[in-house]
Write a protein that binds this ligand. Structure first.
Ligand code: SAM
Length: 350
């Protein structure tokens, strides 16, 4: 009311009447609105609801509901500082209940109740980081050498490009697991500083560089990479529960624009990969245009590329953690964020 009086004094009486009537009729109005207006019922803009419905006709309502629930607080224990189980014991001593989760994410620990990072034992000394369960799949997928993986493990000293690295969660995870020569790029110099801070806190070494990854003439030294991680900019439709404003800030046209950027990044970086090398494409999106659709077009354009294991969307639903990328199967894990992963192999003969 104060705002209406200040900005448009002539309308103050009308605004007052509307607000008073709403207060009087709230009990009837809110359920009716939820019944009749999808945006009110699902707490998402109409275009977003339609997109989720088109992409996931069997699960769209569950996905929209899940986006309105807070995500669990998942930790990643620094692999060079101990196991998930030993960290769970340290948390218990500090009065925090937690458990280890997931065969494919062996460093993951789920906190039963979220806590500030300062309360986590050894956080300042790099013993642990906060990272969602689905995000913890990236480093092991790129490194290979897992049971059932078609790819041998990347050898020590392998040249790895992390093309969209900030704030550095996946760069750090890679370096915690293996001795690699990592170049971490990001177009946003201020966000890139967070990669340096993260690596320093965790006691890890990697080179960082502020650059548009697509402008390879400006930053590439001409030496091909053994492996590339492309964690591309996207709509963030898989992490809405952690960033509730995302759905209201985006426009439908952003998805087309983001998909174009993702295609540009894929096309610019693929030639930098050694024949026989691997590229992991990732987005924290549940929209097919940024995941399965993007990769099926890429595979059509590039006969020298092959998808290792079926590319897959991970949905942020309790019953759907595994899909093609192979997440944890522990029912206690809680769901990971929505993600898409495609691991691409470049023919050695190309
Ligand atoms: C999804 S985030 C990366 C998250 C990061 N991999 C992690 O695990 O912490 C995408 C990043 O891409 C960066 N980015 C966007 N366009 C880029 C471009 N053309 N070249 C390099 N980085 C870009 C953004 O600044 C943003 O930091």
């Amino acid at each position: 009311m104060a705002c209406a009086r200040r900005r448009t004094p002539a309308s103050a009486g009308f605004v007052n009447a509307v607000l008073r009537r709403f207060l009087r009729e709230r009990e009837a109005l809110v359920p009716a609105l939820r019944q009749e207006v999808p945006a009110a019922r699902h707490q998402h803009p109409r275009w977003w609801i339609d997109q989720v419905r088109r992409d996931w006709p069997d699960r769209w309502e569950a996905l929209l509901d899940a986006a309105n629930q807070p995500g669990p607080m998942m930790l990643r224990v620094h692999a060079r500082h101990g196991s998930a189980e030993s960290y769970v014991a340290a948390l218990a001593e500090a009065g925090l209940q937690a458990h280890a989760v997931g065969a494919r994410t062996p460093q993951a620990v789920l906190l039963e109740t979220p806590a500030p990072v300062q309360a986590l034992p050894g956080f300042a000394d790099g013993r642990v980081s906060v990272q969602d369960l689905s995000a913890q799949l990236a480093a092991p997928l790129l490194l290979g050498g897992l049971p059932g993986s078609e790819l041998p493990a990347l050898p020590a000293g392998a040249r790895v490009l992390d093309a969209c690295a900030a704030p550095g969660g996946k760069t750090a995870h890679l370096l915690e697991l293996a001795d690699l020569d990592v170049l971490a790029l990001d177009a946003d110099a201020s966000r890139l500083k967070r990669v340096d801070e993260t690596l320093a806190r965790l006691g890890l070494q990697g080179r960082t560089l502020a650059a548009d990854a697509r402008d390879t003439a400006a930053w590439w030294d001409g030496q091909p990479f053994d492996a590339i991680l492309l964690d591309a900019p996207c709509s963030a439709s898989g992490i809405v529960r952690r960033h509730p404003d995302v759905r209201w800030l985006r426009r439908a046209s952003d998805i087309t624009e983001l998909a174009r950027t993702q295609t540009g990044l894929l096309e610019a970086l693929w030639p930098l990969l050694k024949p026989g090398g691997r590229l992991l494409y990732a987005t924290c999106s549940i929209f097919r245009a940024e995941g399965a659709g993007q990769i099926s077009s890429f595979l059509q354009r590039h006969p020298e590329a092959r998808a290792l294991r079926a590319p897959g969307h991970l949905l942020p639903l309790p019953d759907n953690r595994a899909e093609a990328a192979g997440a944890t199967s522990s029912p206690a894990a809680g769901s990971g964020d929505g993600f898409f992963y495609a691991l691409l192999h470049k023919s050695p003969a190309s």
